[in-house]
Design a protein around this ligand. Sequence first.
Ligand SMILES: Cc1cc2nc3c(=O)[nH]c(=O)nc-3n(C[C@H](O)[C@H](O)[C@H](O)COP(=O)(O)O)c2cc1C
Length: 310
Amino acid sequence: MNALMIVAHPNLDESIANKNIAEIMSDKGVSVRNIMDLYPDYKVDIEAEQLALMEADTIIFQYPFYWYNMPAILKQWFDEVFSFNFAYGPEGDKLKGKNFLLSFTVGGPADSYSPIGYNHFRIEEFTKPMEQTAYLAQMTFLAPVYEHGMVYVPNVYNTKEAVEERAAKQADRLVKILDDLESTAPEHMINEFVKDWFAHFDKMADDGYFNHHLDKQAKLKFVEGEYIGHEGFSEWYKEIKKLIKPDNEHIIKSISINKHDDYYKVDLTVNLKADTYHDGFIDLNVKETWKVAITRDGRVKIHEYKVSTI
Ligand SMILES: Cc1cc2nc3c(=O)[nH]c(=O)nc-3n(C[C@H](O)[C@H](O)[C@H](O)COP(=O)(O)O)c2cc1C
């Protein structure tokens, strides 16, 4: 998961909450852009920002809650960076499918953000404009992450330690969200599936497992010939089972998974070490190209499967 954190604070050196969160996330490998530091004159380098966004899968906006909103530098940043034909408009799909995650620190206590509290409204009511911004940009709006009681005024509000502790808690919550996104990312699911698929070939498992992951009309091109769908697979596999003994070994030498419009292309090189019934031990390398998609119930389905020897 490729995450980018846009940090917006007018003076991060004097910050406790946001500085702590940004430091923890940076230590966890998230790339952090401190936009006040980059643009002290509010002249945002639009191209540089858009490039950084395009490289990320998840964009975290980290800032202190100011007047029920974001600091001015972040508003300026949105006004310039989320531009026509980039974030919206006929060709404005550059952020499509990326995760949009607000992470902010709130000074006031939780009970003040309710109809009977002095802040009257729930926090999520204040973030509606950003939620719609994400929708217009075709991004996935994730539930905002925030902690209350983040303001430190010596001898008036909180202790420095308490604010630091809450900041660490907020960072933990962000890390957990990123971990969860990672484990449900299609690329991760496909990668795990490929390992499982070959582990089943190692044991020469029943057709059922393989056909469960093959589309009914899957185009199969093996070294032995071309086949279609479940029947085609079973026909090919029956012959293979007469040649290769179980408990063989498929070693994935390389794998690359690339997203296309409505499918993922998987390019593999695989080394097969196997004992055969007639030709002794074989050790061969093959190149495989698959076209796969993920079904609504989260299953990887193969639509095309091509194998050639190297
Ligand atoms: C200009 C300004 C406006 C603020 N507005 C709010 C607000 O609307 N609601 C709130 O709960 N806290 C508000 N606060 C408190 C900040 O949210 C709090 O100081 C900040 O989250 C602490 O983060 P930091 O340590 O990174 O500066 C405001 C603070 C400042 C300086």
